[in-house]
Ligand binder design. Structure first.
Ligand code: ADP
Length: 246
């Protein structure tokens, strides 16, 4: 199976400090991947490279069937290519309803001209209903988003990203601050999303990673230290030494 995203030999330095060091990474078109590693391992910088926020000094990043280089593209162009990123802090419009937020996200998906002319059609309302179901917010569809719980806000933002139908979704600590039931529901949303797209989850919570039941990439000092199932990587001596601190 060819990779959807291929990162090869990528390095990036900040003031002479190598935050990413000869990093190589691949993910398939419908694959879930957890990326773990201690603080300062390079996880954020890695995602910044994929989304075009940070340009590496060396290496290449290839994307899609035609393996075009992402490195020549702007951040907005990369987003148009179908790479979506969810940060920890949700960026929903709190004074708008869940439905309005989802509709706005659908609207954002159109070309600039189409955005100006956007009038929700029947199919857009149906899509909003589908998205609400995917994220488990059907009953909250007409509630103000500001009234939602922490977990519900995170799901709404996931729904807003899914509205744009990214081919690769990058998610930073999706379960942070959630109750066990909310974590469970977040797992379900992500597992479902990864059936039709690539999903990269950066996560500290090992129990959450276990539930994702996917291949794990361990970063350390800007490189891949180990890769494989969670059981495989957590049995690795080097991982135990640097990551688990034992
Ligand atoms: P993680 O997300 O795994 O905690 P980061 O990617 O944030 O790691 O950081 C990797 C290393 O690069 C850290 O040592 C961090 O201090 C450094 N770093 C990240 N961004 C910058 C920056 N803009 N300027 C200087 N150093 C940075």
């Amino acid at each position: 199976m060819s990779a959807l995203l291929e990162v090869s030999g990528v390095s990036v330095s900040f003031d002479g400090f190598k935050a990413i060091n000869n990093l190589t990474f691949q993910i398939g078109a419908a694959e879930m991947r957890a990326v773990i590693g201690p603080n300062g391992a390079g996880k954020t910088t890695f995602m910044d490279i994929i989304t075009g926020k940070t340009k590496p000094d060396e290496g290449h990043v290839l994307w899609g069937e035609k393996s075009i280089s992402l490195l020549s593209m702007s951040e907005s162009r990369i987003a148009q290519e179908g790479i979506g990123r969810k940060f920890q802090r949700p960026t929903i419009f709190e004074d708008q309803t869940v439905a309005d937020n989802l509709m706005l996200a659908l609207k954002k998906n159109r070309s600039p001209l189409a955005v100006l002319r956007f009038r929700p059609r029947e199919e857009d309302h149906a899509k909003v209903a589908d998205l609400a179901e995917q994220i488990g917010l059907t009953a909250a569809l007409h509630r103000k988003s500001g009234e939602l719980s922490h977990g519900q806000k995170q799901w709404l933002e996931l729904g807003m990203l899914l509205a744009q139908d990214p081919r690769l979704l990058l998610v930073d600590e999706p379960a942070a601050g959630m109750t066990p039931a909310e974590r469970e529901h977040t797992t379900e949303i992500l597992v479902e999303a990864a059936k039709t797209r690539a999903v990269v989850v950066v996560e500290h919570d090992m129990e959450f990673v276990r539930r994702l039941n996917c291949k794990v990439t361990v970063l350390h000092e800007g490189s891949v230290l180990a890769e494989g199932s969670l059981d495989h990587v957590t049995a690795n001596e080097k991982v135990i030494e640097v990551y688990l601190g034992r």
